[in-house]
Design a protein around this ligand. Structure first.
Ligand code: SF4
Length: 616
């Protein structure tokens, strides 16, 4: 085991029952870990012709150099593969909390690659050096929660499990993955595991990683605690007094608004998107009740992506209200949306592809195309991106997000959080909230430090946004490769006396303290850029058409931003010139201005401005 790294990648071919180890050093030197490591493995191992459910596709699980170190919200991990996250297949990725990724490192591995297809349902058992492919016929058709119970009963409570539900077995396009501690992964990756007849991956291990400079690491942990000694109080409608309690992820050491609750003796999560899956837009400020918690448990149990379901349910309601769908044809109690009966029927029908559920299993955009023009016209009220995810950080409100959405195959939530979190913080101050402290001046200073120009904080203009988007992407790709949690990173703000702008040097200092490698902020961001470019190359190799495909959904150009389109600013307020609050209600994207932004962005990236391909 080297500082921060386990030193090995485990590669398993299910078609050949073949298990080998590769040295990870060949990959981590240039690509760090996490998303970077997965992208490089994918580039090297998956032929360009391979489809998502072909045996040649690789299902890649990776941790990063911060896994195993407490105090940095750095025990996150990733899964990558080609997946049908939207109508077209593309390289996809999911970011998880929980312990599975860190335990994989404790078992001796920085990554796991699964290729091929088993002849019958199997699960993989990784116990340090011992690796086995075992029969999982008795686990097939079981929910994720049942699989965890059965495996823990057989193998003991200490194991960590990644598994799929019935949705992934049935190749639902937005099937998710579930690991213990309620960690779920989106992006359509569940079906890839299902296509390989791989029901679960169990890990256990006991080799803790060491840091090259443990004292420096401790100092950094103390400094970060100081910067975030209070938790920023994002609206937490998923916190229900007497039912849920704050619950910090394994090895985080910092904490956020994450909550869990106990139901029938078991712990379930209540957090953010998962808790909002069955909340109708008009109910956003009401604490979720038991039906909402049931919906999250059903999605996680069957393995359905909550961010897709969250858009699909109100879209179904709108289709019903407009007379485009009825209860008889769909077999769904559409007049009872909000009830336990509806969500139970809907999730089962999609996961098992029963009747109308088979159409919905293709994703909301494709289902709307099959239903007709009226259903397609309603998509703009609910669906944000090509991957069918719910609307949240609207590019008509946050112009940096235009480029973030346009250049990714799915909603890039880890990037979108960076500008939207700062906007939320500023809105609190501007509205005079008790815990508002992030002034217009702070916002501009943070924009200068993190995005390259104070004008990037003025959301009423496209000026400075291409550079901001590039910087956010490069930083995010480094963060996703370490792998740090985007609820905490980057540390763009802090509770300093007399100033609230954060520190962009922390990630590289943590990386250096753990690995002993001398990398500064610019060096780490250059690695992030390399990883972003590699992912771009993968997408182009898979058929992404460069500039032509770098587009957000068309309705953003056509339809005005409405009241309540963005949950945290119903009045569509942003910071404008001189720090003035300005409403963008009614805004649409302007084609020519967006195209100019793209040209500037390609030039900053060193890409050909006409094609959006990299210059050679
Ligand atoms: S910040 Fe929150 S979501 Fe992120 S690792 Fe910590 S507890 Fe988990």
């Amino acid at each position: 085991m080297k500082y921060g790294y386990a030193g090995n990648i485990l590669k398993i071919d299910l078609s050949k029952n073949h298990i080998i180890k590769l040295p990870s050093e060949n990959y981590t030197e240039k690509f760090l870990g996490g998303r970077g490591l997965a992208a490089k493995l994918f580039w090297d191992l998956v032929p360009s012709y391979a489809k998502a459910y072909d045996p040649e596709n690789c299902f890649i699980c990776v941790n990063g150099p911060t896994a195993g170190f407490n105090g940095f919200a750095g025990n996150r991990w990733q899964v990558c593969a080609k997946a049908p996250a939207g109508k077209t297949e593309a390289f996809s990725y999911a970011n998880f909390g929980g312990r599975w990724g860190t335990i994989l490192k404790y078992a001796g591995y920085d990554g796991l690659v699964v290729q091929g297809k088993a002849a019958q349902p199997v699960y993989i058992l990784i116990d340090n050096e011992k690796v086995e492919i075992r029969n999982a016929s008795s686990l097939w058709s079981k929910s994720t929660f049942e699989v965890c119970d059965l495996l823990k009963a057989e193998l003991g409570k200490k194991i960590s499990i990644l598994t799929i539900g019935q949705a992934a077995e049935n190749l639902v396009s937005f099937a998710s993955l579930l690991a213990d501690d309620g960690a779920s992964g989106s992006g359509g990756l569940g079906g890839v595991m299902g296509s390989k007849l791989l029901k679960a991956i169990v890990v256990t291990g006991n080799n803790r990683p060491e840091a090259a400079h443990p004292e420096e690491l401790q100092n950094l942990a103390a400094r970060i605690k100081q910067m975030r000694k209070r938790t920023y109080s994002v609206a937490t409608p998923w916190a229900v007094p007497g039912v849920t309690k704050p619950h910090i992820c394994y090895g985080c050491g910092l904490g956020c608004a994450r909550q869990t609750y106990i139901y029938k003796g078991k712990r379930y999560k209540s957090f953010c998107q998962a808790a909002g899956v069955y909340v109708q837009p008009e109910e956003h400020k009401i604490p979720p009740g038991e039906n909402q918690r049931l919906a999250t448990r059903l999605c996680d149990g069957y393995g359905l992506d909550a961010s897709v379901m969250m858009a699909m349910i109100p879209w179904l309601k709108a289709c019903y209200q407009e007379g485009l769908l009825d209860e008889q044809k769909t077999g769904l109690p559409l007049s009872k949306i909000g009830s336990a009966e509806f969500i139970e029927k809907l999730t089962r029908k999609i996961a098992c592809r029963e009747g109308f559920g088979d159409i919905l299993a293709k994703g909301t955009i494709e289902a709307a195309e099959l239903i007709g023009e009226g259903a397609k016209a309603l998509l703009s009220r609910f669906v944000a991106a090509k991957g069918n995810e719910t609307k949240d950080y609207d590019p008509r409100l946050i112009p940096i997000s235009v480029l973030l959405y346009a250049t990714e195959p799915r909603r890039p939530i880890q990037q979108l959080h960076e500008p939207s979190m700062l906007l939320m913080m500023w809105l609190k101050w501007m509205r005079g909230d008790e815990d508002g402290f992030f002034t217009s001046n702070d916002f501009r200073k943070a924009a200068e430090l993190f995005w390259g120009d104070p004008i990037a904080a003025d959301f009423t203009t496209y000026k400075g946004k291409p550079l901001a988007a590039k910087k956010i992407q490069d930083r995010t790709y480094a963060k996703e490769s370490m792998v740090l949690c985007d609820f905490k990173w980057p540390m763009t703000w802090a509770f300093y006396p007399g100033g609230h702008v954060g520190d962009p040097t922390l990630e590289s200092r943590i990386f250096s303290a753990i690995t002993g490698k001398d990398v500064d902020e610019d060096g780490l961001n250059r690695i992030g850029e390399r990883i972003f470019n590699l992912q771009r190359a993968i997408l182009l190799r898979q058929g992404w058409q460069g500039r032509q495909d770098d587009r957000v959904l068309d309705y953003y150009y056509r339809e005005p931003l409405n009241e309540n389109d963005v949950y945290f600013t119903p009045e569509c307020e942003v910071m404008g010139l001189y720090g003035k609050a300005t409403s963008l209600m009614g805004a649409t994207l302007k084609e020519a201005a967006v195209e100019n932004m793209k040209t500037e962005y390609y030039e900053l990236r060193g890409w050909d401005a006409e094609s959006g391909w990299r210059k050679i």
